[in-house]
Design a protein around this ligand. Sequence first.
Ligand SMILES: [Zn+2]
Length: 314
Amino acid sequence: MGEFLKIVGEMPWWFWVAFWFFIGSFVGSFINVVVYRLPRNCLSVNKPSRSFCPSCKTQLKAKDNLPIIGWALLRGKCRYCGVKYGIRYPLVELLVATLFAVSSYAVLYDYGARNLAADPWAWLTLVYVLGIIGVLVPWALIDFDLTYIPDKLTLGPLVVFVPLGAHAAGPRFGLGSGVDHLLFKFEPTWLNSMLSVVVTGVLAALALWLIGKIAKVVFRKRAAEIGGEAMGLADVKLMILLGVMLGWPKLVAGFFIAIFVGATLGIIQLALKKGHGVPFGPHLAFGAITATLAMPWLLAAADWYMELLGGLAK
Ligand SMILES: [Zn+2]
């Protein structure tokens, strides 16, 4: 065991990036299964364990099941019935693989370590970051497809993310010493952390619910046209989870990224006069993942921008 740990401890950083890319491609493949099966109540996520063709129901061979490569080998067509598999399957696998690789790099960067094994807390932080990706990617895809998010993907992960949020390095990850994620001033830090992330989630949900109510009054005519709520109950549940996952500094950053992306896409759609409205969930997921992975760089960009404004004001 000691020998093994010594070898692991000497791996260069790029080994970890490549390793997590490989693992991520398989997780992406599993996420494709979850996105397909979870909203279809007659299908269980783990049975049948082998993937099948959605058209002819034939079980796929193991090699056809390989992430990214499998789709390329089949040239995107079923071996048995010839039905086309969407390019989205390999793209999701590639996306999750890339996010996993970037996550491992971000954790190594944050810990100032060249190796994951150098700090056991780094592993727990990596679990936390990968958990966020593993929940938010399927969540964004299901919301995109069906404009609803199953409770299994909002209320379920709460159980895991409250203690992970209490792991002080979790919410502090990427924040450096400049930003304090704690809402209260008391010891012990783990309890303070836990309470801070829970309160952040509840406040975020209340804020969103209030925005929804106000929007409904202000845009009463428009709301009646599109049929009801501007913000659904799912969005409120989602905010609780995001608050608990991220803590307030990243939640605020993620929310602004989501609004910025949503507005930009909306303007492009208006200009092109096509496309249908995308639900807010995928934008929120994008904002949350960006804030999780890129917080040190976002903070640096914010500092730079403030300095620029200060310079202009003089
Ligand atoms: Zn088939």
